[in-house]
Design a binder for this molecule. Structure first.
Ligand code: HEM
Length: 212
């Protein structure tokens, strides 16, 4: 499903087929959920007007939490590769929280595994001198924005230090969408992703391994 999300054609269709199968699995998990678990909370969730979720919606929402959380493993794998390629960072990230966070951000900047996000314009709109008509397809190139030389000096160099002098502009670092959480579609799981990734980077930095 994660593979298929950023693709077109057969891979995307396969992703959708897997999603349907997984929804059936999730419905069963929610039916059997032991009390006090996240699954039980989703199954028992009530909207502001007291309405409970129907079984399918609950299953989809459960997967909407589970699937992207599992996907963080991809960033962790890219972080392991980055530590391997830049071993000078191992001791820094093992010892220092600020370095861990900066390293995690640089991994997200250089290896955003969602290449683009797309959508259709909900109404006629002009943005930054470009006109979109209602229904026009708009593609935001996450990969290229994260490497735009106007936003990032030496964009192809892996340099976590670029994140050590303050937060980047909200539309410059966009591996999980642009804009704001409050009024847009920027990924609300982004802060959790950064924290989990930084924590994994700390563990990877002290892990022993050998090349096969
Ligand atoms: C591997 C890390 C992740 C990546 C690469 C990722 C990427 C994205 C992207 C590209 C979007 C669309 C943004 C847009 O349309 O502008 C998105 C939206 C979303 N993400 Fe994530 N995400 C990740 C982790 C998470 C986590 C951990 C959660 C929650 C547990 C989460 C929940 C969501 C939700 C609910 C949306 C829909 C937001 C909306 O449409 O308003 N994501 N994510």
């Amino acid at each position: 499903m994660i593979d298929g999300a950023g693709s077109f054609g057969p891979r995307n269709l396969r992703g959708r087929a897997l999603r349907l199968r997984t929804e059936a699995w999730a419905r069963q998990v929610l039916r059997d959920a032991p009390p006090e678990t996240i699954a039980a909370r989703v199954a028992g969730h009530r909207d502001a007007d007291g309405q409970s979720l129907d079984e399918r919606t609950a299953a989809v929402e459960f997967l909407n939490l589970l699937r992207p959380t599992v996907a963080i493993a991809r960033f962790i794998m890219f972080a392991a590769l980055a530590l391997h390629l830049h071993p000078e960072w191992r001791s820094r990230v093992a010892e220092n929280e600020e370095s861990r966070l900066a390293f995690a951000q640089e991994v997200r900047r250089t290896t955003p595994f969602f290449p683009v996000v797309g959508g259709t314009a909900a109404r006629d709109v002009e943005w930054d001198g470009v006109r979109f008509r209602r229904g026009d397809w708009v593609i935001l190139d996450l990969f290229a924005t994260n490497r735009d030389p106007q936003l990032w000096p030496n964009p192809c160099t892996f340099a976590p230090t670029r994140f050590m002098s303050g937060e980047p502009h909200h539309n410059a670092l966009v591996p999980q969408g642009g804009g704001f959480y409050e009024d847009g579609h920027r990924c609300p799981g982004e802060p959790a992703t950064v924290d989990l990734l930084a924590s994994a980077v700390g563990r990877l930095a002290t892990a022993e391994y050998s090349r096969l």
